[in-house]
Design a protein around this ligand. Sequence first.
Ligand SMILES: Cc1ncc(COP(=O)(O)O)c(C=O)c1O
Length: 325
Amino acid sequence: MKNNIPRIPLAQLPTPFYKLENISAELGRSIYIKRDDMTGVSLGGNKVRKLEYLLADAKEKGCDVVITTGGAQSNHAMLTAACCRRLGIEPILMLKKRGVLGRKGNLLLEALMDVDVRFVDTDSYDDVYVEMDKLADELRAAGRKPYLVPVGGSVPLGTLGYVKCAEEVFAQAKAADVKIDRVICTAGSGGTLAGMVLGTMLYGGGAAVTGIAVCEDPFEEIVAELVPETAKLMGEDVPLTPAEVDVRRYYGAGYAQPSEEGLEAVRMMARKEGLMLDPVYTGKTFAGLIDLCRKGEIKENETVLFLHSGGAASLFAIDPEAVVK
Ligand SMILES: Cc1ncc(COP(=O)(O)O)c(C=O)c1O
C-alpha cells in the first residue's frame, strides 16, 4: 500500500493466517482465519491497526493527550489507552455509562493501566461528543494539546488500517496458494468493514466481503461514505453506493446482549479449535458465518476468510452463557 500518510508501527504484523481444519470439516467449507486478535498490544484486537494511523496523526500534530469513547466495556477504548501508554501520550476515556461497570473485563485492564476513565450517563454518542469537546476546551485552556478519536476510530485515517490488513491477508493467501472467495468481518462502528471492502476491491482479486452487523447502525451508508473518503487519502478514486455493500444483521436482542446463536458460535470455536471469540463482536459474527453456511448462501465450494478482530477481555465481563431471550 503506497501512500505518504504517517503511521506508527504498533502491531505485530503480519498476524497469522491459516485454515481452521476442524471448523472447515464441521461446516463443509474451507474456512480460513486472520488472527487480528493477536495484534500484540494489551490483549490484541482490530483497533491497534487503526491506531497506528490515528496516533501517528496525533503525534504529528504535537498532541499530548488523547480522548476517546465507547461503551463501558469498549475494546476500542481499552486499546486506545494501551497504545497511548506505549507512546507516552496520556489517554482519557469518556465512556457511555451503559453495559457492565465495575472492575471487570476492559475496565479492569484500564485500572491496571491507571487510565482516567469518566462516564457519561446517556444512550447517545452526540451527548458524549459534547462532553469530549468541553473537556478538550478545558485541557487547551490548561496548556495541553488534546486529540479526539470518535467511537471505534472509524474515520478515514483509522479505516486505512484495514485497507492494509486486506493487502496483508491477500498476500498471505497468495503465498499459500489459497484463493479467498469471501471475507466475513464484524461491523461495530464500520471502519473495519469499510477498510476490508476497500482493500478487497484493491487487492482481493474479485473476492466478496460480507459485514456482520452487531448493532443497528446503517452500515451500508456508513461504508459507502468511508470507502471513497479513505480511498481519497490514498490518491485513489473509488466510488461506492450503499446498495453495493453487503451487510447481514446478527445482533439478536441488541448490541452487547449475548444471543443464543452467538453462544453456539463461541462454543464451536472454543471446542473445535481452542480459540476464544467474544459475546459482543466476534461470536455474533461467527454466528452469521455459520448461519450463511447452513442456509447455503455460502456455497460448499467457497473459501471463506473469517477476520478474528479480538475482544476476549469482554468474556470476563459478559458471560456469553447468560443469553437474553
Ligand atoms: C473485537 C471487536 N471486533 C470488531 C469490532 C468492530 O470494528 P469496527 O468498530 O471497526 O466496526 C470491534 C469494535 O469495537 C471490536 O472491539
